[in-house]
Design a protein around this ligand. Structure first.
Ligand code: PLP
Length: 383
């Protein structure tokens, strides 16, 4: 498409844009995403902060204050010590990338150990930043076996990645044991809680037997957690926390022509919209609201599992968090046919499954419709 020579008419542009938007799957029928659906009543807050720039915070001291309050609240959820620091990032990818850069610059080693199930953002980091990653096989249990971490450590290893809420199955690595190993071997431990960060603490409050994964474990160095996933916030909002605020110096650069002297995030210019929106949301819910959301998500997860099993479908394994892997033959064909019927789910090809993530905005009604359509689709694919 060519850049228009003359201004186009607003009506015409608007019509075009909204016509294209109609091609998108309605969010209520996207069952595979880890991203949240922001509530209607808070959208205005995002819009009202659209032009604020947290890359140049002296010009926006009020918005910066909101950011500081928000990061303080987030550190509190993860039981961070007083020395800790937190940066707002664009999501799990940036958080993971910065954590690995801190680890490498701080420890000076060559090799990072990541589990096979780690999110592909670590492969991006390897390619972009030239970090060597060594993959620990996890295909047997789909979580790390701590003794495999111990065995994989060499004099080149500078750090280890563990996941709290894996991308495909929503599982949690045995982080307490991995933390001990890292602490004893003076290795950096980054916990990728991009997905699980804003649901695990609240499920634990409700009595779910889930492992600790936060700063209470002495070996945990950094944690990534995404507001725009189970935090229920608008995209893009992620957090990278470090046990010691001073560790951000390992990645900071001087910023001679903006109002702060240093920056330690990947992004320079970034809107205060998601930050103000996230701050509003966290305050309006409080821990009580997050616990209630977590409870509802798990109840609906078990409802969905039951409905699928009643229809004869197999769930790959008992869910730990609000993620279900549904086993089907010809995954890609099933997903394509579901797409034709207006549903969005995500493939897990190596497990011959697709993923459903149960989000707070979903209902039994939508699950019932989906299960019915899935039944038709699977019959079509077989015949
Ligand atoms: N880490 C985990 C465990 C994830 O599941 C994801 C995304 O699904 C990411 C990191 C990357 O997050 P983002 O796409 O927000 O950068």
């Amino acid at each position: 498409m060519r850049f228009p020579e003359k201004p186009r008419k607003w009506d015409e542009v608007k019509r075009e844009i909204y016509r294209l938007r109609e091609k998108d799957i309605p969010f209520s029928r996207i069952l595979g995403t880890m991203c949240a659906k922001p509530e209607e009543n808070l959208k205005k807050i995002y819009m009202d902060f659209l032009e604020t720039n947290l890359g140049d915070p002296i010009k926006f001291p009020g918005t910066k204050e909101i950011e500081d309050k928000l990061t303080g609240m987030v550190l509190d959820i993860f039981n961070a010590p007083k020395s800790a620091g937190c940066r707002v990032v664009s999501g799990g990818t940036e958080g993971n990338m910065l954590a690995v850069a801190i680890a490498r610059n701080m420890k000076g080693g060559k090799e990072l150990l990541i589990p096979e199930h780690a999110h592909f953002s670590f492969q991006k980091i390897a390619r972009i930043a030239g970090v060597r990653v060594r993959v620990i096989e996890t295909s047997r249990n789909h979580v790390i076996n701590p003794s495999d971490v111990q065995k994989s450590i060499t004099d080149k290893t500078f750090g280890v990645v563990a996941v709290a809420g894996t991308t495909e199955l929503g599982l949690i690595d045995p982080i307490p044991d991995i933390s001990d190993i890292c602490f004893d071997n003076n290795l950096f431990l980054h916990v990728d809680a991009a997905f699980g960060g804003f649901i695990i603490p609240f499920l634990k409050d409700l009595g779910h037997d889930l492992p600790n994964f936060d700063f209470r474990l002495k070996g945990v160095s950094t944690i990534t957690a995404d507001g725009h996933k189970m935090g229920g916030c608008a995209i893009p909002l992620g957090f990278l926390m470090a046990r010691d605020e001073k560790w951000f110096r390992y990645i900071e650069v001087e910023t001679p022509y903006v109002s702060t002297r240093y920056q330690s995030t990947l992004l320079g210019t970034r809107s205060g919209g998601p930050v103000a929106h996230g701050y509003a949301r966290f305050n309006l819910l409080g821990r009580e609201g997050f616990r209630e959301t977590a409870r509802r998500c798990m109840e609906l997860t078990m409802y969905t599992k039951r409905k699928l099993e009643e229809k004869g479908f197999r769930i790959f394994m008992e869910p730990v968090l609000n993620v279900l892997a549904v086993v089907v033959e010809n995954v890609d064909e099933v997903i394509e046919k579901l797409h034709e019927r207006g549903w969005g789910v995500n493939p897990i090809r190596k497990l011959s499954s697709f993923r459903i993530v149960i989000q707070p905005h979903m209902s039994e009604e939508i699950i019932d419709k989906f299960v019915e359509d899935l039944g038709y689709v699977c019959m079509e694919v077989k015949t």
